[in-house]
Write a protein that binds this ligand. Structure first.
Ligand code: ZN
Length: 279
């Protein structure tokens, strides 16, 4: 049973240790006993083919599974033709970078507020994603998973139900379940093991038990208000905020899952890693 466990981008402790280039991340992560790295293109896909290839090579050397976080500017539901074109470009660029580095998964935010008519906004998002999937196929990039992330604000497209509906557009689309976000939109709803089980059951119903097994997840403590997510916390204050990882770890073991768990903050990441190793 392999659980992939790693970092979103390079943490402060990496730079604090004197490293500057993300090319050093695979060796650094392996040194920490971690085996996944989500390369951040959240502010744009700027990585060049040569560097991406080198990162991929080093990741393979050190047994690190790679994913990419696509730009935050993606907005599948936009009505602006220019922004729509750009949205497709961000997704395609991320997939190209993923293929250069041998990343298995591109995570993206569907983007966009719900407007006056959430159903209609969501319908536009589905149409746009279906079109992008055609372009992706034409370019031969359909072997890389596109993971639509559950969002942390209520006034954002990206509820668990919406994400699972996007997954119906094709096998390439899978969910990226951000448990901190789900905790925030449910006002602290992730408490006991049954709360986590309910989420895993919904996912299984929508995409099947095999896709659940290799689920891509984000897990960080999160502070929230009535609107949802306010802030992802790191090391020091993380004990003040949920969700707790222990119930999910138990379910991962019980269901024989081999997920990829990406954590944004160092302290919780290491604690979670120890927890999983104890299973
Ligand atoms: Zn994200």
């Amino acid at each position: 049973m392999t659980i992939y466990f790693g970092s979103a981008g390079a943490p402060d402790s990496f730079y604090g240790a004197g490293f500057k280039s993300s090319l050093d991340m695979p060796a650094w992560l392996a040194g920490q006993g971690l085996n996944a790295y989500e390369y951040q293109c959240s502010r744009g896909v700027r990585i060049k083919e040569e560097m991406a290839g080198e990162l991929g090579k080093r990741a393979r050397q050190h047994g690190i599974k790679l994913s990419i976080h696509a730009p935050y500017y993606i907005n599948l539901s936009t009505e602006d033709p220019e922004k729509r074109l750009k949205t497709k470009g961000y997704i395609l660029d991320s997939l190209r970078a993923a293929s250069w580095m041998g990343a298995t998964t591109v995570v993206f935010h569907p983007g966009g507020g719900p407007g006056d008519n959430r159903l209609e906004t969501f319908r536009r998002a589905k149409v746009c994603l279906a079109e992008v999937l055609e372009e992706i196929k034409a370019e031969g990039l359909d072997d890389i998973l596109l993971a639509a992330e559950t969002m942390g604000k209520i006034n954002q497209i990206g509820s668990l139900e919406e994400i699972l509906e996007l997954c119906q557009l094709g096998e390439q689309v899978v969910p990226c379940v951000d448990f901190g976000h789900l905790h925030a939109v449910s006002q602290g709803g992730l408490q006991g093991i049954e709360d986590f089980a309910l989420i895993l059951n919904k996912i299984t119903d929508a995409i099947g038990v095999q896709a659940l097994k290799t689920l891509h997840m984000h897990f960080s403590p999160v502070e929230f208000t009535r609107a949802g997510e306010k802030k992802h916390w790191t090391l020091k204050e993380s004990h003040l905020y949920g969700p707790e990882f222990a119930p999910l770890a138990q379910l991962i073991a019980e269901r024989g899952m081999e997920p990829t768990v990406i954590c944004e903050s160092q302290g919780p990441r290491l604690r979670m890693h120890w927890h999983l190793r104890a299973l």
